[in-house]
Design a protein around this ligand. Sequence first.
Ligand code: TYM
Length: 339
Amino acid sequence: MDQPRNRVFSGVQPTGNLHLGNYLGAIRHFVALQDTHECIYCVVDLHAITVWQDPKELAANTREVTAAYIAAGVDPKKHIIFNQSKVAAHAELAWILDCTARIGWLNRMTQFKEKAGKDREQASVGLYNYPVLMAADILAYRSTHVPVGEDQKQHLELARDVAKKFNNDYAEFGGQDFFPLPEPLILGAATRVMSLRDGTKKMSKSDPSDNSRITFNDSPEAIAQKIRKAQTDPDPLPETVEGLEGRAGADNLVGIYAALSGQTKDEVLAEFRGAQFSVFKPRLADLAVDKLSPMMAEMQRMLHNDQGYLDQVLADGAARARVIADPIVARVKELVGFI
Ligand code: TYM
């Protein structure tokens, strides 16, 4: 069995409200990696149902993420786009890796604590187990690189720990170095995009305020308006990144500008130092509309006119994903001793 050296895997949950953080932290990097890596991009519907999803909305949201990948520039002919539930290897491997991962490791996961909130007893078992399924997603393809936003760092460390322990547990039975230890790729100037209403909180799908995020469903006018209304402070922009310390709202907007323009934050500040937000915000709004609106319009077009095409992409992607994952999971079963 080949040992891949540059296989990328990543995923986005089809839970609606796809936003600028998902794009800048993850999806745009999915696009950039296509020239140098073999890429597998998943719509993680099994992860989505760790919290309740209306079945009709889940189906629509699955197509939405698929359309967003393609509209952003992922080429489904050269690379693989599929939804997780269509490839049984994910759930199968997740069970085996459940028996590798330790409860103590999962108890440390901060995202579970945030998502489960105070009423932890009422959270689904799936929500607790979420990071092990994520490890299975990555390892079912023996992936080497995983582009994600900063908030997924801890989950990727867990995936590496699971891979390490599996390799170790089965080393004397031929499993030494079986799973590569996947490298997180946390790239660019906007690895953690913050809420536009509160620069200390992450931009998220579940924030009750629609003004907190720019979504893939926003019109150009809505994008510009949300940026104009974004929380900042009365001071002008500083000369260097150090001057953004303690100014979360300002820091966030500079980071978004940098990511959209392909610059560093220092380069952005070199251009705008001393500028008031009344000058910077319209420039950011123009840039955001310019960079995002064509992609969003293309996504909407596919969703309205090309649903058959999207379903075809997913079916074709799943078939190609199975060809890679099935022999890997078959080998895992052999290593474990299943006959
Ligand atoms: P999800 O759907 O919550 O997020 C999808 C991607 O968007 C990134 N992201 C952000 N990046 C920057 N700023 C933000 N405010 C922001 N919000 C979200 C996330 O880091 C993520 O990269 N558990 C994963 C999905 C997944 C996965 C995988 C990823 C399932 N299996 C295997 C990689 C490999 C998640 O958070 O999805």
